[in-house]
Design a protein around this ligand. Structure first.
Ligand SMILES: *Cc1c(COP(=O)(O)O)cnc(C)c1O
Length: 432
């Protein structure tokens, strides 16, 4: 099979995610044939630096020998088993290990197979759980403008990225969206959530937020102390607080959980992506209080589950990921890299044409336009410049960013930063 044959089959029969047809028809030259560490290997023999950890997943890099070995070993021992009426070692011990390192108070784990599924569980747990603890009027949700919680219908109802919502606006459930936050306006947005909770809090089942960083909105970072006020407001109103740590968890922002920046625990926490790293799996962690709301009798169980939820291979890998974090000091080693990345993004704020620069942990982002929407073209120019220079830099509209593997070697990080800056300068016509 030659690269051309792969591209031909792809163009003829694959329906690409998030991809306009004209774009699909034009592009497609990037055929990935392998990956290792922080690099993607392409069919034309290049070794591209993976600037976004392959859609925010490969925090441990590609082809980590321990993950590869665990995958093979687990496939030989127990390939699949149901989690209804049965259990197995990895699902049981993973839940125990997760609760041990989760923010205090989270004691139960519900497994799903992707991040959107983990959000759906949280949505259903809020509605059914609130009703079963005597609060049936709580049927609504609150989320932030610009929020991204996944693409299934429930998750899309919470989402605030306009182009993703628009076609379905007529059938999405009621979600109160807090006033549009931007780099300066998050305090206003959180104040408006608190007002909503004050005014009509007895109709709210849950409040969903991505703690400290809104990823898909364009890596928008806000002051963690806003979460402290939100926690208090949720407690006063009796609404459950849900943290979507699918992107921010596992050290992306520095500590294991982004909520640690604020010292706040949510009632439900969704994890995914790095969680199982090389196979699809996700989980929703909940407090005793949430779990107890489902203990009232047979009709009060959570009748929900996916075929592959808690599957042995995913659970084994998720345990291996945790073991690697513990034994290879992943967070400690990433701190040095994060400082390098942060300093460089602060400098890049001065490039003519850059509207804003920011960084947190192993995330750095630049807005290339004042209103950096999804449909702009500047980000894609940086993408093309990046490919020509040896890096994969998929943008979020006119926001360009890096979130490389946490374990990226220092020399490769320097190379990636140099390519990123050169690509931005080239796209903006701002030579050094
Ligand atoms: C990716 C993501 C999701 C959805 O996860 P999928 O596995 O793609 O369904 C939800 N929330 C956040 C914050 C994400 O980054």
């Amino acid at each position: 099979m030659t690269p051309d044959e792969i591209v031909r089959a792809d163009r003829a029969h694959v329906w690409r995610p998030y991809t306009p047809h004209d774009v699909h028809a034009r592009e497609g030259s990037l055929v990935v044939v392998g990956a290792s560490g922080a690099r993607l290997h392409t069919a034309d023999g290049r070794r591209l630096l993976d600037g976004n950890s392959s859609w925010w997943v490969a925090a441990l890099g590609h082809g980590h020998p321990r993950l590869v070995a665990r995958l093979a070993a687990q496939a030989r021992t127990l390939d699949h088993a149901p989690l209804a009426g049965a259990t197995h070692e990895n699902a049981a011990l993973l839940a125990e290990e997760l609760c041990a390192i989760a923010p205090p108070g989270l004691t139960r784990v519900f497994y799903t197979d992707n991040g959107s599924g983990a959000i759906e569980v949280a949505i259903k747990a809020c509605i059914q759980g609130q009703a079963q603890r005597g609060q049936p009027r709580r049927t609504r949700f609150v989320a932030l403008d610009g929020a991204f919680h996944g693409d299934t219908l429930g998750a899309a109802a919470l989402g605030g990225v306009e182009v993703f919502r628009r076609p379905f606006a007529g059938i999405l459930f009621d979600c109160v969206r807090a006033a549009s936050p931007d780099e300066r306006g998050f305090a206003r947005a959180f104040a408006s959530i608190e007002e909503i909770l004050e005014r009509e809090g007895d109709t709210i089942a849950g409040v969903f937020v991505e703690p400290v960083v809104q990823g898909a909105a364009g890596m928008r970072v806000y002051d963690p102390s806003l979460l402290v006020g939100l926690r208090r407001a949720c407690d006063r109103a009796g609404a459950w607080l849900v943290f979507d740590e699918v992107f921010t968890g596992y050290g992306r922002t520095g500590p294991m959980w982004a909520s640690e920046h604020a010292g706040v625990t949510a009632d439900l926490v969704c994890v995914g992506k790095v969680f199982s790293s090389i196979v699809p799996m996700a989980a929703t962690l909940v407090t005793d209080e949430v779990y107890r709301a489902f203990g009232g009798g047979r009709a009060e169980a959570l009748y929900y589950g996916h075929t592959f939820c808690g599957n042995p291979i995913g659970a084994a890998l998720a345990r291996e990921v945790l073991a690697i974090y513990r034994e290879e000091d992943v967070l400690g080693r990433a701190r040095g890299s994060a400082a390098v990345l942060g300093a460089r993004f602060a400098e890049m704020a001065a490039i003519p044409g850059v509207a804003r620069a920011r960084s947190l942990g192993m995330i750095g982002a630049l807005d290339l336009a004042d209103d950096a929407g999804y449909t702009g073209d500047l980000g894609w120019r940086v993408y093309a410049e990046g490919l020509a220079r040896g890096a994969y830099l998929r943008p979020l509209g006119d926001t360009v960013y890096l979130c490389p593997p946490l374990v990226i070697e220092r020399a490769e990080l320097d190379e990636l930063l140099a390519i990123f800056e050169a690509s931005v300068r080239a796209a903006l016509g701002a030579p050094r």
